[in-house]
Design a binder for this molecule. Structure first.
Ligand SMILES: Cc1cc2nc3c(=O)[nH]c(=O)nc-3n(C[C@H](O)[C@H](O)[C@H](O)COP(=O)(O)OP(=O)(O)OC[C@H]3O[C@@H](n4cnc5c(N)ncnc54)[C@H](O)[C@@H]3O)c2cc1C
Length: 430
């Protein structure tokens, strides 16, 4: 007998999971998404052409078994034919929507799309009850694909409400306004590019604790032929990486090729680390790891560098110590500097802590789900099964177990593994 599954979240992970489950199982699906669009999620709803993927098109297929799927879509839809290009993310959003709609057309009786917020997931007898803003559904199993939670707000800014913009994707300010961008990651790069494209003339300051921007991609290149062995500790892991970087340098290979060659090993290495090593990694290594591992298109960085040299924006590295509303502005203090801005834009990333998402917090509180010791995500088996009665998690929620569980190449593999995981679970049901 076929099972009925609920998928909570229709970003990349929810859509990819639905496509695989429709094709490879006979399950009936109900997909819930609270945004007005499906397939866009946090990353692919932007319409700005300057917001680009940071992964080459050839590695962005929703289906690892058909690696050319996205490249084919680009050729058919945009007459674009470069698999190594980092194309606009809006094109990727269009691709995900297209593949989702095709799946809906192909399997009309097995896929129900509910554009509504899920407010609660509870176990009721043999079923899971999914409460929504407009009703409820009962299903045999649930996949939680809700991604990360709300935006991280730096401590210094927590008491200030006025003019703090938490959603960069809807940010708009007069072109002569003074703006402080908090964060120097990929989202900050996008925001600077957008402000420049809109002809922003007002004072623009970017700040983060370390002031480090993502490093540029060096394409076209593959991973270096490094030989890695499972580390005995974080110190051992760092020693291996340093050694391989030295060897690559001696052979004139780029450092990025060494970092990329670690990709298939990252989850296994993370699993070997003790909780103390993981904690040390988060405190000391993570900032460096992020900028070397999650890189930016080189031409985007070059544009921003030139704009900075022309005085378009400036950087303040160091923690903000205090912030307060003063008249219509926000006064921000660093250890050696104080300044006022009309707008503060948070590009600080979204919280991965499950407790920051109400539906997950309730499931953790009643013991249905368990978090990893560092509260990075939800504990699950290697296939994402987080509760034996059929509750799976995918994407950012698996960060505690896998560490790297963010980019499409990793997420598409998780989605592709779900049909087998659901079949195994179904076979064991009483
Ligand atoms: C700005 C940005 C750029 C990125 N660029 C790339 C890139 O170029 N290449 C790459 O590989 N990766 C990129 N990423 C990584 C990105 O996180 C993943 O590619 C992917 O978008 C994650 O998808 P997801 O579905 O797991 O999570 P999300 O995209 O966060 O989707 C989760 C969805 O669940 C919905 N949801 C949450 N709670 C509920 C609820 N209670 N009820 C109903 N719906 C709910 C949300 O509305 C959302 O649509 C980028 C990330 C960001 C933030």
């Amino acid at each position: 007998m076929s099972v009925r599954l609920g998928i909570v979240g229709g970003g990349f992970s929810g859509v990819a999971a639905a496509i695989h489950l429709l094709r490879q199982t006979d399950a009936e699906l109900v997909l819930f998404e609270r945004r007005s669009t499906v397939g866009h999620g946090i990353a692919y709803g932007t319409t700005a052409i300057e917001h680009r993927l940071n992964v080459p098109a050839a590695r962005m297929s929703v289906d690892p078994e058909s690696p050319n799927d996205f490249v084919d879509f680009l050729r058919e839809t945009y007459a674009h034919d470069d698999p190594s290009a980092m194309v606009p993310r809006a094109w990727y959003g269009a691709y995900l929507q297209h593949r989702f709609l095709s799946a809906q057309t192909q399997f009309p009786s097995r896929l129900q799309y509910r554009p509504v917020e899920v407010t609660e997931i509870t176990r009721r007898g043999e079923l899971w009850k999914i409460d929504t803003a407009d009703g409820m559904e009962c299903v045999d199993g649930v996949l939680v694909a809700t991604g990360h939670g709300p935006v991280n707000v730096p401590t210094a800014l927590r008491q200030v409400q006025a003019s703090i913009h938490r959603d960069p994707w809807t940010f708009a300010a007069p072109s002569d306004a003074s703006v402080l961008i908090v964060g120097t990651g990929l989202t900050a790069v996008d925001m600077l590019l957008s402000l420049r494209a809109r002809g922003h003339r007002g004072r623009l300051v970017v700040t983060s604790r370390h002031g480090r921007f993502p490093r540029p991609h060096s394409l076209p290149r593959g991973p270096a032929p490094c030989v890695w062995r499972d580390p005995t500790s974080l110190v051992d892991a760092i020693g291996q990486v340093r050694q391989q970087l030295r060897e690559a340098n001696a052979q004139n290979l780029p450092w990025a090729a060494v970092i990329d060659s670690l990709r298939p090993h990252t989850a296994r290495w993370w699993a070997t680390f003790s909780v103390d090593d993981r904690r040390s990694f988060l405190a000391h290594v993570r900032p460096l790891w992020e900028i070397h591992r999650h890189r930016a298109p080189p031409d985007s960085l070059a544009i921003l560098e030139a704009w900075q040299q022309q005085g378009g924006w400036s950087l303040i590295a160091g923690p903000m110590t205090h912030a307060a509303s003063v008249a219509d502005e926000i006064q921000v203090t660093w250890s050696h500097h104080r300044d006022r801005f009309q707008h503060v834009l948070l590009c600080t990333g979204n919280s991965g802590n499950p407790l920051h998402q109400p539906i997950l917090a309730a499931l953790v509180e009643n013991g249905t789900l368990r978090m990893d010791p560092l509260e990075l995500g939800v504990q699950a088996d290697p296939h994402g099964l987080a509760h034996p009665d059929g509750l799976w998690v995918i994407g950012g929620l698996r960060r505690g177990d896998l560490w790297e569980s963010t980019a499409v190449p990793e997420l598409s593999r998780q989605a592709a593994a779900l049909p087998a995981a659901v079949a195994a679970w179904k076979a064991q049901r009483p």
